[in-house]
Design a protein around this ligand. Sequence first.
Ligand code: PAP
Length: 351
Amino acid sequence: MLQMSLIDCDKTYTSEDDHEHETGHLDLILDRYKDKITTCPKEKGWVSENMYMYQGFWHISNNEFSVQTTMAMQDTYKAHPTDIYLITLPKSGTTWMKALMFAIVNRARYKGNPLSSHPLLINNPHKCVPFLETKIFKNTPTYVDDECSPRLFATHIPHISLPQSILDSGCRIVYMSRNPKDVLVSLFHFTNKLRDESRARMPFDEAFELFTKGVSPYGPYWDHVKGYYNMSLEYSENILFLTYEDMKEDTLNKVKHLAKFLGYPFTNDEEASGAVDEIVRLCSFKTLSEANKHGNLREGVPNDAFFREGKVGDWTSHLTDEMSVILNKITREKFCGHPISQMKGFDSFGP
Ligand code: PAP
């Protein structure tokens, strides 16, 4: 029953007839951007073959994500006021937030059912909350289904390339950020887990050098984070800016705050009956990593690739003192005098 609900929504997005129709339609849309891409600077990707610089950021390019899709979305995507978007840089806590947001928004739907049949214990959170620029947009570029309202999507698209319609719609956006050192370490491990035999293992020195130069998926890291922080000041009612470190330190209260922001506040009765704790436990690293021990999200991407340590400060076992000093310096310079430097996760770099 629970699984059915999820599958029902999923099916609507991927129905074969629509798919064929929309794929042809999308090919036509994407064709328009062919020439534009040839002018974009290109670099080898960390996992994907290539990355393209578009509007100042490095976009990955593989079967799922592409810069053409970002361009097409800017021109054609229509957001809905009830939509909810999670925006992150890869490795900033996307999987955790997808799970939390899905669990919060859909809790009434799954209430009373055995916990073991909850979609998050059967599917990778990336299946429950798809990336906007992959599954949803590619299959149904303008699709809105009230039955599945609110639509819950995630994206890595930088602020400058975010379709204006998302901001104009007045919908809710959650941005999750994470300390750059832990993002780098997490990205390094993820990259090497996903690289196939055709590509040599990436040494940590190389990962460090690329990251500090800003050449990382959807990087430069600092511009992505700062761009969305500034946007969250401008659209303060609609954008909630969170840090992984803050969420880790006080998960229960942050989840309550998140639920309120999303428009699904916990009632006093729910709080008293332990509903918040239940969601925190369901979405914990321990529970989700156990549920995702086996299987693949898609070819070449094992479910367990999204669960490694799940800790704050794991960078200390990877970065040399010299590397740490360099990253401190870059971060201080980039966030100098900016309120972001006061936030948990960024407060160790100095003002
Ligand atoms: P993505 O952007 O590619 O989806 P993302 O989920 O942001 O990746 O990053 C994975 C990181 O989140 C991993 O961090 P680590 O490499 O430092 O360990 C992963 O362990 C962590 N993570 C995944 N699920 C959770 C969770 N439920 N709670 C806390 N951290 C988690």
